[in-house]
Design a protein around this ligand. Structure first.
Ligand SMILES: NC(=O)c1ccc[n+]([C@@H]2O[C@H](COP(=O)([O-])OP(=O)(O)OC[C@H]3O[C@@H](n4cnc5c(N)ncnc54)[C@H](OP(=O)(O)O)[C@@H]3O)[C@@H](O)[C@H]2O)c1
Length: 272
């Protein structure tokens, strides 16, 4: 892991740490929180993207920005981020957003990538939250957003590792919020549907044909993040952005929607 020096003397009292800030939903969180005046700690692997974003947001919104380059599939590198969180005087917002997709069978898929996914989605979110909550409790204030997916709520087919790691984030958020119910700390599981980002551009999802999903079902990252922050601040714990996503969820147990979803997934399945 390489990192810039993280100082503990942010000028503003508002600090947000965002994982997976180099693109898509995480980048939108960074842009919107910077606009609101938050100092940012941006975490991901691609340093050049983080540096460019950090510089732009610092110039545009006069906030302080720090970059941490870390691969959150590697426990030692998660631990380094944990140590940085523990050294902070305050952390107001933690966004556990880093993630990626897989499209392979549980038995035949790439085992290393499956374990990497468990670390990025589950272990990193767990460890960073465990570091942040005691600091938030000291100030009795904070917000943790765990970026899950509609897949964690409704579609119990598709990639096994993806759906189950995303389901973990939902149960984790609900349980943690329950434990913190008498505090001013909000825990929020964001469950987006189809969102324009780099998510579907990876090698693992290269066979995914976006045109098989109706255009109306897609949302922009910025739209997802604006809705998420609004809902989180109202205390919504599990949140699905977008009316059509709500409708899909409502209809998800109906035969026809299940068949349509299965058809889309089977059309895009990697034959591994
Ligand atoms: N797009 C969708 O349709 C959709 C739907 C539901 C849920 N989601 C969830 O939304 C979250 C954000 O995804 P996105 O749509 O914004 O996709 P994206 O544009 O591909 O962004 C993913 C982010 O995660 C980071 N990341 C991936 N692996 C990492 C690792 N090992 N260590 C550190 N950072 C890592 C990437 O940064 P680097 O490559 O620089 O490390 C990138 O910043 C994910 O958790 C995803 O599961 C997305």
């Amino acid at each position: 892991m390489s990192q810039k020096t993280i100082r503990n003397d942010f000028v503003s009292e508002k600090t947000a740490l965002i994982t997976g800030a180099s693109s898509g939903i995480g980048k939108s969180f960074a842009e919107i929180l910077a606009k609101e005046g938050y100092n940012l700690i941006l975490v991901a692997r691609r340093k050049h993207k983080l540096d460019a974003l950090a510089e732009t947001l610092a110039d545009q919104f006069s906030v302080e920005t720090k970059v941490i380059v870390a691969d959150l599939s590697i426990i030692e590198q998660i631990t380094n981020v944990v140590e940085i969180i523990k050294s902070l005087d305050h952390i107001n917002v933690l966004v556990n957003n880093a993630g990626f997709g897989l499209s392979s069978s549980f038995a035949k898929g790439d085992y290393e990538r499956q374990l990497a996914m468990v670390n990025v989605h589950v272990v990193a979110s767990y460890m960073l939250s465990r570091a942040a909550v005691p600091i938030m409790l000291r100030k009795n204030e904070g917000l943790i957003i765990n970026v899950s997916s509609m897949s964690g709520l409704m579609i119990k087919f598709g990639d096994v590792t993806y759906t189950t790691t995303k389901a973990f984030l939902i149960t984790f958020s609900e349980s943690l919020q329950e434990e913190l119910r008498n505090t001013n700390i909000n825990i929020h599981a964001l469950c987006p549907g189809m969102t324009y980002s780099e998510f579907h551009d990876t090698k693992e999802l290269e066979e995914f044909d976006k045109s098989t999903v109706p255009k109306r079902l897609w949302m922009s990252s910025a739209e997802v993040v604006k809705k998420s922050l609004k809902a989180a601040r109202k205390g919504k714990v599990v949140y699905v952005p977008g009316f059509l996503n709500h409708l899909s969820l409502f209809l998800s147990n109906m035969f026809i929607v299940r068949r349509l979803s299965q058809w889309i997934i089977s059309r895009n399945e990697k034959k591994t």
